[in-house]
Unconditional design. Structure first.
Length: 290
């Protein structure tokens, strides 16, 4: 379902096969889910969550180290090993060979095939975090996750001195750094909110995050479809016609502040409108998940 939704969003609204992007965010999420689930099933030790955790952590490390080795040591045909440019790296060559022109850009895609390897490593880190929280006592589970996250952030930064932290390539240093950041946030929130001692005030303050998080897939799909629609619909007649997005921005937001602040206000307003819908769905307890 995730891969199918990704393909739908990429093709919307014309569904022109000649220009249809095949890789994408939801495509990556779906493939990583399947790969990590199969890895977990293969690595799980029945009745021993700690042993399963260690095996999954080792598998994540193998993913990151293998990807690093491929980028550094394997030259793409006609290129050189270690090229980390958008078009010259090994992953970009592989995407062109398999997908042709069905990419985000003509010659590369930030959600390509080869970088699925460290992305699966990221997903396995999430499995490790979940296993740790479930297998540990409440008093030590979250604090250890926070310290482990801090260590991963530091290690990712140090690795970044050799292998740049780069989201588009999903470099191994990026995966380690962002995985550590996620572990820090998850551990801190788990420690403060999920121990049964959170104050009613704190629960109310964080309720909007619950509304957004429980319908995160719907938020992602709606925001993408709305953004595309606002770019395609136009106001005025050619050649002076402008997209609805540009018209709304220049009419309602540009007069209010400097361009960067006006752009931020536009983004916050968009989020507020989408949040209003998700808050209503949250009150109804209606959630869209896969």
């Amino acid at each position: 379902m995730l891969v199918g939704l990704g393909l739908f969003m990429a093709g919307f609204p014309f569904f022109d096969l000649a220009r249809w992007r095949f890789p994408g965010v939801l495509f990556r999420l779906g493939v990583c889910y399947v790969a990590a689930a199969l890895a977990w099933r293969g690595l799980a030790v029945p009745g021993d969550a700690r042993a399963t955790l260690r095996r999954c952590a080792a598998a994540a490390a193998v993913c990151l180290l293998t990807y690093r080795a491929l980028l550094a040591l394997v030259p793409p045909p006609g290129g050189v090993a270690g090229d980390l440019s958008a078009e010259g790296n090994l992953g970009a060559w592989l995407d062109r060979a398999i997908f042709g022109t069905h990419l985000w850009q003509a010659r590369w895609d930030p959600e390509g095939l080869l970088s699925l390897l460290p992305a699966v490593g990221t997903t396995l880190m999430g499995i490790v975090a979940g296993l740790w929280l479930r297998a540990s006592r409440p008093a030590c589970g979250a604090p250890v996750l926070v310290w482990a996250g801090a260590a991963a952030v530091i290690a990712g930064r140090l690795w970044g001195a050799v292998l740049p932290i780069n989201k588009s390539l999903w470099t191994s240093s990026y995966a380690l750094f962002t995985g550590g950041t996620a572990a820090l946030a998850l551990g801190a929130l788990h420690l403060r909110l999920d121990d049964g001692r959170a104050s009613p005030f704190l629960m109310r303050v964080t309720e909007p995050l619950v509304a957004l998080g429980r319908n995160a897939l719907l938020l992602f799909v709606l925001s993408g479809l709305v953004a595309k629609s606002l770019l395609l619909l136009t106001e005025g007649t050619s050649p002076a016609a402008v997209s609805w997005q540009q018209w709304i921005y220049t009419t309602a937001f540009a007069p209010l502040a400097a361009p960067k602040v006006a752009s931020l206000l536009y983004a916050l307003t968009t989020l507020a409108v989408l949040y209003a819908l998700l808050a209503w769905l949250h009150r109804k307890r209606w959630y869209w998940s896969v």
